[in-house]
Design a protein around this ligand. Sequence first.
Ligand code: MG
Length: 348
Amino acid sequence: MHFTRLLFASLFFVSAICHADTWTDPAVAGKEDPAFLIQGEYGVAESGQAWGAHVIAMGEGNFDAYLLEGGLPGLGYTREKARTKLTGKSAEGKTSLQSEDGKLTATIAGGKITLQRDGKPLAELARVERKSSTLGEKPPAGAIVLFDGKNLDEWVMEKDGSPADWIVGEGYMQVPPKGEGVGGYIKTKREFGDVQLHVEFATPEKVEGNSQGRGNSGVFLLGGYEIQVLDSYENESYADGQASALYGYKPPLVNASRPPGKWQTYDIIFESPKWDSEGNLLKRSRVTVLHNGVLTHHYQDSLGPSGHKRVANYNQVRDKGPIKLQNHSNPTRFRNIWVRELDLSANE
Ligand code: MG
């Protein structure tokens, strides 16, 4: 009896330690579980390639991989081309996967994936890390730094204006774990209208949940217009709910997502809606978004502040509002956030 209790207590303790802080930190995750060193993109970061591959660590040594005809997304693969799923496991330093029909097999070892079709060599692809062209972009003259990795002085809780309770780590902020008395959206103390906004984010390195439950957060302009943050690296969900979607309204032009745990960028140009003195809408909001340097929305209008399972409408008469970040109970991280107020009146 005592032994059983002790065993259970020990197992719980070991499990608690093993799961501590493995969510988002690549260095810690890689040390505690080598699977995170295998997860990622494989291929060449140039167009004109025959194949690319995406590998995802699904936990407990299990892996999913997708072989992409034409190279990595953005460099050759398009949805008309072949995308074949392989599944497998790691054992003794080697990861072996195969397609459902058994025709495609893959081995991952030493930072490479070796592919075979019908037992014959098909391709050997090295792990590659593609970085956004605007990663680490410095704030331009006149910009307001909303988060420089040190403190949440520019932010408060949305619900009551109290100090923002999100976690601040070394150079990043993170959505806190679900729990009583903590959590909730945060918003800027200042209000903004027409802006250029730079945001860097990373969804959790450790893949948990699926669809809207994987790395969900969001960047809201004018307090209500969400540009979705989600782990959309081989994570199927509804089209206008994926990363970089204008939530509930417009899917992005392309899926420019990077693997879980990698820093990604949004560069957003937002024009707030314009109203007459009686509160009649004169002009809808417009937004242009670059996700990892790739255009995902071009001067796109919207139907108003976004919402879950409802059609938006312009029911809030405002042309200035806070920038908000969503707490969706997934430990997503943010860093390097700055905003530049735009005077577009000269264009009107
Ligand atoms: Mg969201």
